[in-house]
Design a protein around this ligand. Structure first.
Ligand code: RRO
Length: 330
């Protein structure tokens, strides 16, 4: 079988399949379906300094091949995460990736310092791209300077051995520009992508379906956008590790992200319909890699950027693939 070990900014994970932030709180609710330590890592719902009730309901709307959420950073606050959730993950032996979110650079700096030296913490994901905030000025990932300010404050306040990944928004003109600003500010890696800003109008009430009016679009509908973003970021910054996410539902979906340049992937929205999805995706990915004769998962990271097809098993020539000479004029 394939060696699934993946390294993100110097930290070793036993496999490249993680949960996605926001889809399974801090992992406990998935543990009744499978052993969360089987995953590469557990990414927790973005946590803020204080408890927060989030946006008004309705907060969810179905969309073709996806869903819209308008949760608005609901959560118990950092104290609960530090007292209950992180110790639970650490006792289990899970590798915790804690996602943090704030309204200012000072919030992020404070959150990072509260996480310092906590057992079980494997990585920090800096969520600078939540679409469900009071104003677009708080989507730090839409502006290179704003993104840079947050990332450098988090990096300064985080222990040296703990990677800091910045989570990017697809809702920008040039994602590579924002990616570079984050890396220049000290990000060790990038999480690509958060949800896309979307909207649904209920044609019966003739009003927006979500109380918050707009929401974050996720699920298979956004997968091609996510794969494109991972591709562009890897192309611009080939040495920077990427945690890829956006509509992954199968092992082959996960493989697309690795081929585009991700070193690991997060499985999110699909857990609402199938809570076992992360371990199923892991098993399917392992099988897909074995079927392709891949010895180490690292061998496929970014492979799609190189010469096409060198891992494809030999077989008959495709129909219509005539030798060049046959195409020449007599
Ligand atoms: O809580 C949310 O509404 C939310 C967050 Br923090 C995020 O990063 N992405 C999203 O779609 N929703």
């Amino acid at each position: 079988m394939t060696d699934l070990t993946t390294i993100l900014a110097g930290v070793r994970f036993p496999n490249p399949v993680f949960t996605a932030s926001g889809c399974a709180a801090a992992g406990q609710e998935l543990d009744q379906f499978f052993d969360v330590t089987a995953l590469g890592g557990v990414v927790t719902k973005s946590i803020m300094l204080e408890p927060r009730s989030g946006r008004a309901t309705p907060r969810m709307a179905e969309t073709p091949s996806g869903m819209l959420n308008s949760i608005g950073l609901q959560g118990p606050g950092i104290d609960v995460l530090l007292d209950k959730d992180l110790p639970w993950l650490a006792e289990r032996g899970a590798r915790a990736v804690v996602s943090i979110a704030g309204g200012s650079v000072a919030d992020y700096a404070n959150l990072a310092s509260r996480l310092r030296d906590r057992p079980g913490l494997a990585m920090v994901e800096v969520n600078i791209s939540c679409p469900n905030v009071e104003d677009r000025g708080q989507v730090f990932a839409c502006d290179p300077q704003a993104a840079s300010g947050v990332v450098s404050a988090v990096r300064r306040n985080t222990a040296p051995g703990i990677p800091v990944f910045a989570k990017l928004s697809p809702d920008v003109t040039d994602i590579a520009l924002i990616a570079r600003a984050c890396v220049d500010a000290g990000a060790d890696g990038l999480s690509v992508i958060n949800t896309l800003l979307g909207m649904v109008i209920d044609t019966t009430t003739m009003r927006p379906a979500l109380a918050g009016i707009t929401g974050g679009l996720s699920g298979p509908a956004i997968r091609p956008v996510a794969v494109r973003c991972v591709w562009q970021v890897h192309q611009a910054l080939p040495d920077v590790p990427i945690l890829g996410m956006g509509g992954i539902r199968t092992g082959l979906d996960a493989l697309q992200f690795l081929l585009a340049g991700a070193s690991a992937v997060s499985v999110g929205t699909t857990v609402f319909g199938d809570p076992t999805a992360p371990v199923r995706v892991l098993a399917e990915l392992e099988q897909a890699l074995a079927d392709r004769g891949v010895e180490h998962v690292r061998d496929v990271i970014g492979l799609a950027h190189g010469a096409a097809g060198h891992l494809v098993p030999e077989g008959p020539d495709p129909v219509g693939d005539e030798p060049a000479a046959a195409m020449e004029e007599p």
